[in-house]
Write a protein that binds this ligand. Sequence first.
Ligand SMILES: NC(=O)c1ccc[n+]([C@@H]2O[C@H](COP(=O)([O-])OP(=O)(O)OC[C@H]3O[C@@H](n4cnc5c(N)ncnc54)[C@H](OP(=O)(O)O)[C@@H]3O)[C@@H](O)[C@H]2O)c1
Length: 295
Amino acid sequence: MSALHDETPIIVGCGFLGKHLAKQLQEHQQSPLCIVRSDQSRAALNTCGYDVYMFDLDDVNAAIKLELKQHQIYYLAPPSNIDKCDHRLDYFLSLCEKNPPSKIVYISTSGVYGDCAGAWVDENQPLAPISDRATRRVYAEKALINYCQRYDTDYVILRVGGIYGPGRLPIQRLSSLTVVCPQDAPYSNRIHVVDLANICYLTMVNDISNEIFNVADGNATTMTDYYYKIADFAGLPRPPCVPMSEAHTKLSASMLSFVQESRRLSTKKLHARLNINIQFPTLESGLEDCFSKQI
Ligand SMILES: NC(=O)c1ccc[n+]([C@@H]2O[C@H](COP(=O)([O-])OP(=O)(O)OC[C@H]3O[C@@H](n4cnc5c(N)ncnc54)[C@H](OP(=O)(O)O)[C@@H]3O)[C@@H](O)[C@H]2O)c1
């Protein structure tokens, strides 16, 4: 068994967000353990000086050689595409039954609210997932809450809008995209990865437990605005647009699934409970940061 200090924070699913979070934890003098499944991710994280443990949550026969106890867990791994539940989270929680973590910060998605016809939604909005992706998140949230109630573990669930940041912009895809024209475009929400990593850290270390928060920059725009702004920043042509009435035949399946939902995330609760300063409150400020780092 690998020996970890009880206070070692563990990042389960240390990908794009996880890397930014690991950096922030180091800046706060914490040394996280990063869990990933691929050798490639392990090597990349090792190069940055992080401790990494390779473990595939899809492989229920793999024995975990970590003693998981009383740790702070940031759970960032997405559900697999199988079924309408989250087998990975179920498996991970089963591994933590002997020594429950002290607290789990779980990244969910605002997709759990489904289509809200452009309304502002707070955390009391009824859950009405449309896509299988969002249905799995509703399952995962419930599974997490059940586990935490049973094992006396604190939890924070973050319902996050679209994550963007340096190195995570759809620039290559711009030339093959069709979007909904601005006047018809549904609302969508975003958060810069640096702000999200900071919110993950703050919800973990502050005295907040068993709470759910919407997370976005507070300035909802539209998917069309997002792609147009990226094109403008990159000096590339804006993608062509079609009216909503033609979306079913002209948009890709993934784009269609996004434009069938419209909502604006209220982040009042987040600001009321946490003393946060959103560094990139608008797409313009966030994209300026991304492009100054040459993406
Ligand atoms: N992108 C968005 O706009 C958005 C919006 C809301 C919420 N989210 C959610 O936010 C979370 C973090 O997003 P992200 O962009 O950082 O994701 P990401 O870059 O895709 O990273 C996911 C991480 O999970 C690990 N992982 C995946 N399957 C695993 C398995 N079977 N066993 C162990 N580890 C596994 C991956 O390891 P490997 O690298 O080794 O494969 C990777 O480190 C995800 O849950 C995502 O679904 C995303």
